[in-house]
Each structure stands twice: as C-alpha cells, then as structure tokens.
Design a protein around this ligand. Structure first.
Ligand SMILES: Cc1cc2nc3c(=O)[nH]c(=O)nc-3n(C[C@H](O)[C@H](O)[C@H](O)COP(=O)(O)OP(=O)(O)OC[C@H]3O[C@@H](n4cnc5c(N)ncnc54)[C@H](O)[C@@H]3O)c2cc1C
Length: 477
C-alpha cells in the first residue's frame, strides 16, 4: 500500500520537535525511543507497518490542544489513535507523523440515567462504558466484536457497529455529543446531552470521519435500559443462498430481531475445531436473537420459525437456558480468532442491500474459485454488513497481492449490488484506492472540501480515505 513520501524536513527536525513536545506535555507523555514507538507501527491491519516519528499520550483535553497547536505550528502530521484495533489501517502512522493516543483518557465523567446519557473520555473502552452502568440496569448499545479492547474514540472515528446494531443502530445513532480539538488546537463542543443541537448536524460529519477532522477527547453517549430478556435461536441451512434468502424474508416480514448473524461452512468448521460450540453440520447458519418480555420473544420466535421452515432448515435450535444461549453465541464470538488458527486472513467489510444477499454470496463463491483462495463468511446479515474473510499465506510470495486483488473484486461487487465499500470498519488505507469505484471526482472533491474547512493544512491522518493521487495537491504532494 503506497504511503506519501515522508517530509524530509520533519524527519531531520525530530529532536527539536520532541524537545518542543516535552515543553507542553509531561515528560512521560512523549515517547520517541524507537524500541517503544514500534508498538504503534500498525493497527489490526498488521500486514502494513511503519514506525512513527514519536507518540504522545496526553491525559487531558488541554494537553491535546497544546500538543496539536504546537504540531500545527511546526507542520507535523498527526495520526489520532484509540486502541489501534482498526482493520482498515486507519490508525497506522507514517514515518513523519506523531501518533496522538487517547489510551490514558479513559475516565467516566458523568452518568445521568434521568436524561439517559453517559459522558466519558474518548479513550475509554467500549465494553467498560456498559461496565460503568450495567449495575444500574443500563447499557450502551453499539457492540463491536472488539469491544473489550477498542475505544469510544475509534468507534466514533469509524462509526462502528456490531451484532446488536440491527435494532439499535451504529455509533452515529447513539452518539449525542463530542468535545473535539481541531488541528489548530481549538476546543469545540458539538451536540450534547439533549435530543438535537441547533444549527447544522456537525456531529453527523464528525462521526465516521476517521481522524481527518479533529481529535475527539470526550463523548456523550445515549444509554438504554436493559431489556427484560433475550433469547437466540440457531438455524442451520443447506446452502449460503438459502440462508441469505431466509434473512431477506425475515426482514421483509417486518420483524426486527436484535441481531441476525450469518456463518458459512468454513467458519462453522473452524469454530467447531477452535471452541466446540456444538454447531450443526451444515453449509450455513444464522443466529437470530429476539428480546423483550417473554410474550414478545415467544411471538417473534414463532414467526421466525414459520419463515425458516419455508427454507427447509437442517436444524432450528432455540436456546432453552442462559447456558445454551451462551453456547450459541460462543462460536460466533470466536469466529475471527478461529479463522486466524487456519491461516492468515484479510477481513473485508462491505455493505449490500439485504435482498441482494443470496446473489452476492453466490458471486463471492465464484470469485473465490477464480482466484483460488478460500473465503469464510461471518457477518451481520440483518443489516447487510458483510465480512468475507479471505484466507492466504503471507509467507508465500505474491499471495498478499492476490488476496488484495480478490478483496477489491468483492468490494466492487458490493458497490455494484447497490451497497457501499464500508460497513463499519471505515476506509482507512485498505479501501482508500477503491474510493473512486464508489464516488465520482466531484463527490470526492466535495468530501475533501469538508476536510479543508477543519484541517486546511491537511495534517490529520492525511494519507487515509482519499486516493493519494486525488489528494496530492492538497497535501502539497
Ligand atoms: C477482532 C476484531 C473484531 C472487530 N469487530 C468489529 C465489529 O464488530 N464492528 C466494528 O465496527 N469494528 C470491528 N472491528 C474494527 C475496530 O475494532 C473498530 O474499527 C474500532 O472502532 C476501532 O477502535 P480503536 O479504538 O481501536 O480505533 P483505532 O484503530 O485506534 O482508530 C480507528 C480510526 O479512528 C481514528 N481515531 C482514533 N481516535 C480518534 C480520536 N480521538 N479522534 C478522532 N479520530 C480518532 C483513527 O485515526 C482511525 O482512523 C474489529 C477489529 C478486530 C481486531
């Protein structure tokens, strides 16, 4: 993946830049020893690595502002980082960039159940937001599978989703306000703990902006009352296409389960070998979860059973106890790790209309055969957010490139089917050069003008999202 040529001036000036950073930040908040900055050289797209110039780990919004103001004055690129779990290379640095990590800013600032919000520092991990309120019967809905590690900062950066976002929406639907520091060091508050802010919906612009517009330091998040109960059902099918058709039928019937997750045979087999979840021997399975009162769950599951029966399921297993429910989810939650035991894989993230699922799954199998690389599908089927995992051998020359070309074909297919290049992982480096498949030059120009307003010098995460050729003039390249 091409990166812009690092600024020779910035590289030559490293010692002076670090010295100036140490004047505005506590000594332990600036890391420049190459042995330590190495830990920041990649995110979860670990095939690509580059050690940064330095890393800063501020503890307050004021420290973030002081640091950005200085780096703006010195014209040093900055890459904001939450927990570094991006699968799209979103938080991978360049050699001339300072990584600004939010990991030390993880406090809960306010919990207000009367007005249904929690305010946290943006470095707080996703799961620990719910951890702070579950004792009082509340939860924060967006639940990326990486929720134990990933930070709210990165969730906002990527507009992240998760298994339960079919019903509750993704980050943008649960974000009420942010404190944002601009590259010039100005602190702005956007939105807040009320239903809607006056003026333009800038919060919608910030959420999903991949660290391009400013650094989020605090977030006000919508919290929800825990449901009375929830129950998953596991449904096995004879083919991917039939499972896909069943998803489309459930949604068409107007039923809104809290989650509909899909796994195909390669993922089922890998998962069984990995954690023995007791999944049936079938080509594809769905995990459908309904929640509410006992009567609501029974009604929804009854309708889902009727629909599934029309697709000749191999198995229909309704969880009869909390333990059985856990076992049904165990395989799905372990699927990425299980596929990792089979070999190297690249995780794609594209969105398609739910009605296109059967056809797109069929075409993915064809692409897999044509390229000679195995694909496993495990994804949020209810909202058409696909995650094909392409297996390859990183040690075999040429396989990485083959895998990337195959990934590009699948993502183009998603756009062709009426979908989008990204679902929840963002564009980052990974899909940067495919943006022209989805957007006309004037669309990209309009998006870049938004960045011009927030970051006129193009210092924030500028090698991401926009193809380098398209953004070259703005980056001074
Ligand atoms: C095993 C695994 C499973 C995953 N499952 C899911 C899933 O189910 N759903 C999902 O959506 N994602 C998933 N992901 C991807 C990833 O966890 C999400 O994109 C997550 O939101 C990234 O959070 P992070 O804190 O690690 O962000 P980082 O990787 O640090 O950063 C992500 C992006 O946000 C920007 N950013 C970071 N901090 C800030 C800030 N303070 N201000 C402005 N911009 C900032 C970065 O520059 C970057 O562009 C998964 C990843 C892994 C490894």
């Amino acid at each position: 993946m091409e990166m812009p040529v690092p600024s020779a001036k910035v590289l030559a000036d490293k010692a002076r830049i670090v010295k100036r950073l140490r004047k505005v930040l506590p000594r332990d908040a600036v890391i420049d020893d190459p042995a330590e900055t190495r830990a920041y050289e990649c995110d979860a797209l670990s095939a690509y690595r580059c050690a940064p110039l330095a890393v800063v780990l501020p503890r307050t919004t004021e420290e973030v502002a002081a640091c950005l103001k200085l780096l703006h004055e010195l014209r040093v690129p900055v890459v904001p980082r939450g927990a570094g779990t991006s699968l799209a290379g979103g938080s991978m640095p360049s050699a001339d960039a300072v990584v600004l990590g939010l990991a030390r800013m993880n406090r809960v600032l306010e919990i207000d159940t009367e007005n249904r919000f929690i305010r946290v520092e943006a470095g707080r991990t996703n799961l620990s937001v719910t951890g702070a309120i579950e004792g009082q019967g509340w939860f924060y809905a967006p639940d990326p599978s990486s929720q134990l590690a990933c930070a709210i900062a990165g969730n906002i950066g990527m507009n992240s989703g998760g298994a339960h976002c079919l019903k509750y929406g993704v980050t943008t639907n649960n974000l009420m306000g942010v404190t944002l520091v601009t590259m010039q060091g100005e602190v702005v508050t956007i939105g807040g703990p009320w239903c809607d802010a006056g003026g333009l919906d800038l919060l919608g612009v910030i959420c999903g902006s991949e660290g391009q517009l400013g650094v989020v330091t605090e977030a006000t998040l919508r919290i929800l009352r825990q449901p009375e109960g929830a129950r998953p059902v596991l449904i096995g099918f004879g083919s991917n296409e039939v499972a896909g058709a069943c998803v489309a039928d459930i949604i068409r019937a107007g039923i809104l389960p809290v989650a509909i997750e899909f796994m195909d045979r390669p993922c089922i087999e890998a998962t069984e070998a990995f954690c023995h979840a007791g999944y049936p021997d079938c080509e594809a399975l769905l995990i459908v979860e309904c929640e509410g009162s006992e009567a609501e769950i029974a009604e929804q599951l009854g309708l889902i059973r009727q629909i599934a029966t029309r697709h000749d399921p191999v198995e229909f297993r309704e969880a009869q106890s909390p333990d059985e429910a856990k076992r049904i989810w165990l395989g799905r939650k372990s699927a990425f790790g299980a596929m990792g035991q089979k070999g190297d894989y690249m995780c794609l993230d594209g969105t398609i209309p739910v009605s296109a699922l059967p056809e797109v799954l069929r075409r993915i199998s064809e692409i897999s055969r044509a390229f000679g690389l195995e694909v496993g599908n495990v994804f949020h089927a209810g909202d058409g957010n696909m995650h094909p995992l392409i297996l390859y051998n990183a040690n075999e020359p040429g396989q990485q490139e083959l895998c990337e070309r195959m990934g590009a074909e699948i993502l183009k297919l998603c756009v062709e089917a009426g979908g989008c290049l990204t679902g929840e992982h963002g564009v980052g480096l990974e899909k940067r050069d495919l943006m022209e498949v989805q957007f006309a030059p004037e669309d990209l120009e309009a998006q870049m003008r938004v960045k011009d307003v927030f970051d006129p010098a193009w210092l924030l995460n500028a090698a991401k999202v926009f193809p380098l050729r398209v953004s070259a003039a703005r980056r001074g390249g």
